[in-house]
Write a protein that binds this ligand. Sequence first.
Ligand code: G4P
Length: 312
Amino acid sequence: MAIQWFPGHMHLTRQAIAERIKDIDVVIELLDARLPGSSANPLLAELTGHRPTLKVLNKQDLADSTRTPAWLAWYNAQPGTRAIALDASERAPAQRLLAACRELAPERKGLSRPMRVLICGIPNVGKSTLNNSLLGRFQAKTGDEAGVTKQEQRIVVADDFYLWDTPGMLWPRIIVEQSGYNLAASGAVGRNAYDEELVALELLLYLQRHYAQALLDRYKLDLPLAQLQALHDDELLTAIGKKRGAVMSGGRVNLQKAAELVLTDFRSGAIGAITLETVEEFAAWLAVGQAKEAERLARKAEHEKRRKKRRF
Ligand code: G4P
C-alpha cells in the first residue's frame, strides 16, 4: 500500500531544522512505542548531523510492556543514542528527559551553558501533549523574539534547559511496506491517504498471529483460539462486524464500518496493550524495503542515463 501523504511544507521544515540545529546539543525524537521502528524518521539523522539523540518511546501505556524493553535496549545500543519510554500519565516527564539529555551532553549545564534540545516526531505521536505537560510547570516563549520563527516554540523546561519544538512536519519516504500499514493503523497518517479496510485487514492479520487471545476477549468471539488463527482476515473482519452490529439491511456485514471499529479499538487500547513490530521483525522488513528501494533507484538512474543518451 503506497501512502501518499506529505503534511506541512517539507522544504521549509528542512530548512528551518538545518538553521536551528547549529545551536542544538541533543535531538529528542518522539516515537510511538507501538511501532518504534516504523515511527522513526531516517531523514532526521541526515538533517541533524548525527547530534546525540534521545529516542522517547511515547504512549508506552498502549504498547506491549513485554516488547518495549527490547526496543529500548536496541536503541540504547546505537552510538550517541539513549532511549526512554514515556506516556501522558507521567507526572514529571521533565526530570527524566533532563537526566537522559545530561547523559548525552554532560558538558551542557548551568546558566552559561544551558542544554538546548530540539524535539521532533511524526504527527499524532503525542508531541503537543508532552509539550503541554512540560508547559504546565514552566513558562513558554513563542515566536516573538529574534531567532524564533513563527512556527517555532521554545519551552523553558528549567533555568538551564530549553526545548525547541520542530517547526512544521518531517515525513519520511516510507520504504517499508509494513510501516505504511502500521503508521496508518496508529493514526499517524491522514484518513484520506489510505484504505481503512485494507489497513484493518493487515492489522487483524498481525493480531491473529500475535494477540489472538486479546481479539477473542475483546470481540467475545465463540471460537477456539486455533480456529480464530486459521480464519482468513476478511472472515475475521466479517465475524467482528457481525458481533459488533456493523450490519446493513439484508444482514450483510458493513466491512467499512467493521474496519473503522477495529482501528478505533486498536488506537484506544481497547483490544489491549499491543506492539506491532519486534526489533527482529522490523530489521527483516527494513532489509526487504531497502533492497526494493535500491532497485528503484537503480532503475531510475538507468532511465535517466538512457534519456540523456537520446538527447545527445
Ligand atoms: P501530536 O502533537 O504529536 O500530533 O500528538 P498529540 O499530542 O496531539 O496527541 C495525539 C493523540 O494521542 C491525542 O489523542 C493524545 O491525547 C494522545 N496521546 C498523547 N500522548 C499519549 C500517551 O502517552 N498515551 C495515550 N494513550 N495517548 C496519548 P486524541 O484522541 O487525538 O485527542 P484527545 O481526545 O486526547 O484530545
